[in-house]
Design a binder for this molecule. Structure first.
Ligand code: ATP
Length: 235
């Protein structure tokens, strides 16, 4: 579904993606892990066309995404920090998105209902708590029933119940055959969700393999322990 070939990106002198090659198939959940500033968001944004790479190419469904916009309709993106017009109300934001896309049918409103956002349609975005903004971002990512979901630290800032609701939704979307890329520093959560783990370190992919293989190599049952063992002892 998505192929990244020889992707390089620098910001000034900082080489953030050195030469990244990876591919993601039709379905399943990939946990994209790595320390702060290792390039996870930059990679995601390159796939989304929000960051223009210095070299290399991203392919979606076999076609290069450079200067292409249509493929973005097939991706639901939940940013790390959602930025919305301050004075816009929640209801107006959803309406604007539907109008922009010109899609009003077959919408996925599961998260709007589960989070009770419809009861808050009159609230202005600037008045929302960080967690409620996250809920809006999650609901928007799913709204148009995209084939691919890209979720950047999706449960950061959500209360435990809201986080569970989102995890259930992610499982349900996977069951529909979707490809879901998730970055997170919450390893217990990635352990619950991911089929594969991709680990970025200083702009390179250190490994990309099934979670089960990672655990088997380390001889550990939990992702946190397996990762620690592999990264510190070079298992
Ligand atoms: N637009 C930008 N201009 C300048 N530097 C940037 C820009 N975007 C990202 N960077 C830098 O690139 C590096 C990688 O950032 P990125 O957000 O991709 O990391 P990350 O792995 O997602 O980190 P985190 O786990 O903290 O979210 C950081 O040093 C960051 O400061």
């Amino acid at each position: 579904m998505i192929e990244v070939k020889q992707l390089k990106k620098s910001f000034g002198k900082l080489q953030v993606l050195k030469e990244v090659n990876c591919s993601f198939g039709q379905g399943g959940i990939v946990g994209i892990l790595g320390p702060n500033a290792s390039g996870k968001t930059t990679l995601i944004k390159s796939i989304l066309g929000m960051v223009i790479p210095d070299a290399g190419e991203v392919y979606f469904g076999g076609k290069p995404v450079a200067r292409s916009f249509d493929y973005k309709k097939q991706i639901g993106y939940m940013p790390q920090i959602g930025r919305y017009p301050d004075n816009m109300k929640i209801g107006e934001l959803f309406k604007m998105m539907k109008d922009l896309r010109n899609v009003h049918d077959n919408l996925d409103t599961d998260l709007i209902s589960a989070y009770g956002l419809d009861a808050m349609y009159d609230k202005a975005m600037r008045t929302l708590s960080g967690g409620t903004r996250q809920k809006v971002s999650a609901a928007l990512a799913c709204l148009f029933n995209p084939k691919v979901l890209i979720l950047d630290e999706p449960t950061a800032g959500l209360d435990p119940l809201a986080a569970e609701i989102l995890k259930d939704k992610i499982h349900a979307e996977k069951a529909k055959g979707k490809l879901i890329l998730i970055t997170s520093h919450i390893l217990t959560e990635v352990d619950e969700l991911a089929d594969d783990i991709m680990y970025l370190f200083e702009g390179n992919i250190k490994f990309h393999k099934p979670l089960s293989a990672l655990k088997a190599e380390a001889g550990e049952q939990k992702l946190g322990k397996a990762l620690t063992k592999i990264l510190t002892q070079n298992v």
